[in-house]
Ligand binder design. Structure first.
Ligand SMILES: Cc1ncc(C[n+]2csc(CCOP(=O)(O)OP(=O)(O)O)c2C)c(N)n1
Ligand SMILES: [Mg+2]
Length: 284
């Protein structure tokens, strides 16, 4: 099974920008959402869904996954819904139901609302990575039992999220069980809810921490979709080592007045700001 798109270059970059435009429109309409974190992860999502992840859209429009993705930073669900809309799995009009009563699009990903699209319900930070480790182990066993190829598991965590101790228990286990098919991607935007991570809980040197836990560590420009898929395609998934990609990103990426501004964690654009945001995103 392959990725059905395998997009790269400008086409892939435009996907990320379209995802960002949808985020701005959706959050603005809902008058709520986590705009900054949605925007920082857009290139990672574009690289994964439009190039890396191996899946098949079946005739009944459900998706069969060979690889899996877990959005551990579940508050970044606006990015995920917008990516689903860019894939044609959700209509743009449905994005406007975000956070409304009865909508399939609540404020965190819910599998029961979007079966086959959402792998695991997240939102309480610190759970996606441990679940991803278990899933990576299950995929390896399944492949051994069926003599099939091993599916990979990708999990996106926030950098603030890594303050949750459960992540480090999962890291220890992932290395111990040699989960070479597990790829943790850290959205390293250096901001969390209210301030910069180094003011709240400094976690540098993050690379050395992961290395000490037994991970293979890679740094990547997390706002460059081509750099992300190229790195992922270059990895050895049979070397017994779980991987972490420290994806250096900018929170609010793509819109000048949102970038690196802590308040945009939970702010949404008003009408004038939305117009400017869409213009900037169209021209970059
Ligand atoms: C266990 C838990 N504690 C607190 C929160 C509230 N919360 C939502 S987002 C957030 C900040 C997350 O920062 P980070 O992981 O860096 O995400 P990003 O910068 O990508 O938005 C917090 C504390 C939560 N969702 N779960
Ligand atoms: Mg962050």
């Amino acid at each position: 099974m392959e990725n059905p798109y395998k997009q790269s270059g400008d086409a892939l970059h435009r996907r990320a920008q379209e995802i960002r435009k949808k985020i701005c429109v959706m959050n603005s309409a809902a008058k709520s959402g986590h705009t900054g974190g949605d925007m920082s992860e857009a290139d990672v999502l574009a690289a994964l869904y439009f190039h890396v992840l191996r899946y098949e859209v079946q005739s009944d429009r459900t998706v069969k996954w060979h690889d899996e993705f877990i959005l551990s930073k579940g508050h970044g669900v606006g990015g995920l819904y917008s990516c689903f809309a860019e894939l044609g799995w959700l209509a743009d009009e449905e994005l406007l139901t975000y956070l409304k009563d009865g909508s399939r699009l609540p404020g965190h990903p819910v599998r029961q609302k979007l079966p086959s699209l959402v792998t695991v319900n997240t939102g309480g930070l610190g759970h996606g990575f441990p679940i991803a480790a278990g899933l990576a182990m299950a995929k390896r066993r399944h492949a051994a039992n069926t003599e099939g190829s091993v599916g990979r598991v990708f999990v996106l965590t926030g950098d603030g999220e890594l303050e949750e101790g459960s992540n480090w228990e999962a890291a220890m286990a992932a290395a111990h069980f040699e989960l070479a098919n597990l790829v943790v991607i850290v959205d390293r935007n250096r901001l969390q809810l209210a301030d910069f991570t180094h003011n709240i809980m400094d976690m540098d040197p993050l690379d050395e921490k992961f290395r000490a836990f037994g991970f293979e560590v890679h740094d990547v420009n997390g706002n460059q979709a081509d750099a992300i898929w190229k790195l992922i395609e270059s990895l050895d998934y049979e070397n017994g080592k779980p991987k972490v990609l420290i994806a250096h990103t900018i929170k609010g990426r793509g819109v000048s007045f949102m970038e690196n501004v802590p308040a945009w964690h939970h702010k949404v654009p008003d009408e004038t700001q939305l117009k400017q945001a869409l213009e900037e995103l169209d021209h970059a």
